[in-house]
Design a protein around this ligand. Sequence first.
Ligand code: NAI
Ligand code: MG
Length: 493
Amino acid sequence: MTERHGHYIDGSWREPSGGEYFASRNPATLETLYEAARGDRADIDAAVDAARRAFDRPSWRALSATKRGKLLRRLGDLVAEHAEELARLESLDNGKLLREMRGQLHSLPEYLYYYGGLADKIEGAQIPTSSIEMLNYTQREPLGVVGAITPWNSPLTLTTAKLAPALAAGNTVVIKPSEHTSYTILRFAQLAAEAGFPDGVINVVTGFGPEAGAALVDHPDIAKISFTGSTRTGSAIAASAAARFIGCTLELGGKSPNIVFDDANIANAAMGVVAGIYAAAGQTCIAGSRVFAHRSVYDELLERVADRARSIVIGDPLQDATELGPLAFGDQLEKVESYVHLGVDEGATLHAGGGRPQVDLPGYFFEPTVLTDVTNDMRVVREEIFGPVAAIMPFDTEDEVVALANDTEFGLAAGVWTQNLSRAHRMARRLDAGTIWINTYRAMSPMSPRQGFKNSGVGIEHGIESMHEYTRLKSVWVNTDEAPVADPFVLRS
Ligand code: NAI
Ligand code: MG
């Protein structure tokens, strides 16, 4: 019988209130991997209630920040000990290369160590106001119950990027993982219990967006929503949060430019383009899906990228030799495929790939694809495809490419390939994106803050800034003067 998992609420496994489960498949083999509980409003109510009570209990609220940090570091150690198991589970669930998952699991404990170390460095300030009798200081407090809604493309990493700072700051959390990838998040919650986090501090309700997800967003006891996913869902969440005056951190879509100048190391740039769009089968928010190559190097770059695209080893993500696994689920394959057809209808040329490859597995595989004869106004160049599809375009001048690169609703990331130091920094200044990579692509660290500009997001993830997003700032005024109040009818300062 298929393995079944309940919700993880208040330190124990719970049957879904509606009694229903749903299947998650392995996208390479199409086998059902496990069934997860189909969460609804009643399950969310139970989880938020548990998180609220845990927040108020002395076992969490009165725990010193140093001890909170130790719990996070212990969880980091446990994640490191279970790295291979977690990497394999996530690869089975979403089709990411096991190699890539091993790399992610290698860096995942770093998030927990980093925020564990920061937990007791959340400091306020003493403010010199205009009166020396008045002592004014600030303190940062946790918000309460944080709702985290996360996607399927890198479930553990993207969830930990929210959880670690939220917990370090003293909040409790309810996580609604993607319906396509529940398993590793449930396993993670179990490891957190093993690390010693009190019951109710971390809760997981599995299920679908419009059901469990929407119920979490709407819950009156949620103090903040932290979301990673599509721009469309993010916009609905932001509207709901605004109506209740709660904050939200949103990490949304992208259509990032990867720009190759004529003075670049073209071999490295070509590999950067390949990494930007074919790693993880292009299912990353930071995918470098719009490639701009200076006209004098356009042909060379195109041929290098297309040659590599055609030779990419497609197949079982568990095999070491595989370079491209399947897309994560059937709708995603259909979406990518229909965008490629749309591109051709819009006048694009299929320079490489464009279809389903021959693979001896039945899963959702799609060829690494290069589109040429594309322009910035085509839908395939404007909308997020979230698959292994690069649009490669020539440009003539720096001003022109800056205008083209910035002519998008998104602003998540941008890559620049040049050997010219002045140009590199000038481009970093001129590009309208929260992360700029010079002569590299897809570099990331828990220590380095990242923010989506424009429709790519709201708020900051990673770094000290991210932890501040899970706090509220209080200003405390203390009158140290015991003399009688002179005039009660004027404002004090
Ligand atoms: P999605 O944004 O709908 O799903 C992300 C998470 O939000 C999941 O946990 C989902 O259950 C939840 N959700 C969905 N509707 C919700 C609602 N009304 N209220 C609360 N939670 C809700 O994205 P989906 O359907 O997984 O993928 C569709 C497209 O979104 C992809 O093809 C891709 O273009 C984009 N996407 C972008 C990501 C990124 O990192 N930028 C990540 C995942 C998807
Ligand atoms: Mg799955």
